[in-house]
Ligand binder design. Structure first.
Ligand code: AMP
Length: 379
């Protein structure tokens, strides 16, 4: 099946066409691209999709798209699995916009534009937090008044679910463990970063919360912070408006705030050159991550594997080394040579006598979305 995978942001459209009938990762990708400056140089999402359709003409050789899979960031507690999009679903995605104000409105525009560009082609929404819908209430609930839950849907939702789900499946297969018997801790470390406790192949807990600000220290996001910092400062300083605080914690914090750069490569290089701020930033980020790993190891009753994925998790051997060096109490030992290996395939980076195996598993959200879309459309 020829599946067009679309990830619509407020100012960009990322797309990939995959042939799910082809074997092998490399063979499946027919075309991919990124259209930026939507809303400025390119008037709207409909115009962006027209450009995409034009760009796809040559690689498609006259073949037609069979189905479309959309990445949708927020499905709230309404959607727990991928769903065929109709008018009602579109409305529900729109209604969930207060929980993802930067993302869901863009997805709605993208879906409408895709309907115009590819009339009659079935479209599927794949929700980024659906994998986390198995969290029990004692995990997803915050200890706040019921009013906030009922009125604003305040609870933990999580993100990166498609990636955590995909990587869990690949790792279980790699280790020869039945997925429903598989306990693991998955660290998705990219521009945004989150970690998930997987019990019996399902999500038990995840570090992102009501929004993707919570949890790990990220490129430009603070991760966990005492919420009184916000309320206290906003009450004391009129210049620190909610908008300003939101901007500071999401865009000006994390590695950027400490090391002056949000790219892990640059921060590691600076540390190797003796930069004290870069060292502090890496100590903070790896300490926070190790703390979560230890906590989730206990939460799942003992992980059978620790898994690294996404831009930093797949590529930054120094950051993996720094993190694992803090896990000595768990008997985890890194194989220093294996940790340097770069591969598109899942691979082991711990020693044979490590108490728990450590894996690097390349994530592939587009592949997961294409496969989910095929399953729904094929009925
Ligand atoms: P992602 O959001 O998964 O695309 O990850 C993006 C992040 O991965 C970038 O901000 C970089 O910090 C990081 N990254 C990508 N390649 C490398 C690399 N070779 N070494 C260290 N970090 C990397």
């Amino acid at each position: 099946m020829l599946v067009l995978v679309i990830n619509c942001g407020s100012s960009s459209v990322k797309y990939q066409v995959r042939d799910t009938d082809q074997q092998g990762e490399g063979n499946q990708v027919i075309a991919k691209g990124l259209i930026e400056n939507v809303g400025t140089k390119i008037p709207d999402h409909t115009a962006a999709l027209a450009i995409m359709a034009e760009e796809l003409k040559t690689p498609l050789h006259g073949k037609t798209i069979d189905s479309i899979g959309h990445r949708v960031v927020q499905g709230g507690d309404v959607f727990t699995e991928p769903v065929l999009i109709d008018d009602q679903v579109l409305q529900q995605i729109d209604d969930l916009s207060p929980l993802a104000p930067l993302h869901n409105p863009a997805h709605v525009l993208g879906i409408k534009a895709a309907t115009e560009t590819y009339p009659g082609v079935p479209q599927v929404a794949v929700f980024d937090n659906a994998f986390h819908s198995t969290m029990p209430e004692y995990v997803y609930r915050y200890a706040v008044p019921e009013e906030l839950v009922e009125k604003y849907g305040v609870r933990r939702y999580g993100a990166h679910g498609t990636s955590h789900d995909y990587v869990t499946g690949v790792a279980a297969e790699y280790l020869g463990v039945e997925r429903d018997q598989f306990n693991a801790v998955v660290a998705h470390l990219g521009n945004g970063a989150s970690i998930t406790a997987v019990e019996g192949g399902k999500c038990l807990d995840t570090s992102m919360g009501y929004t993707p600000l919570a949890g790990l220290i990220m490129g430009t996001r603070s991760g966990d912070i005492d919420p009184s910092v916000l309320t206290n400062l906003m009450m004391r300083d009129p210049e620190l408006t909610p908008e300003r605080m939101d901007q500071m914690l999401n865009k000006e914090s994390g590695l950027l705030a400490i090391a002056g750069n949000n790219d892990m490569r640059a921060v590691v290089e600076a540390m190797e050159g003796g930069d004290e701020r870069a060292k502090l930033a890496l100590d903070m980020a790896s300490y926070r991550l190790a703390k979560y790993i230890g906590g989730y190891h206990v939460a799942v009753g003992g992980m059978q594997a620790l898994i690294f994925t996404a831009g930093i998790g797949e590529n930054s051997s120094p950051f993996r080394e720094l993190t694992v060096s803090r896990l000595g109490a768990l008997g985890i030992k890194l194989d220093m040579a294996a940790n340097q290996v770069r591969s598109d395939e899942p691979h082991l980076i711990s020693t044979e006598d490590s108490a728990i195996p450590v894996l690097v598993v390349p994530t592939n959200e587009e592949k997961a979305i294409a496969e989910a879309t095929e399953v729904i459309v094929a009925g």
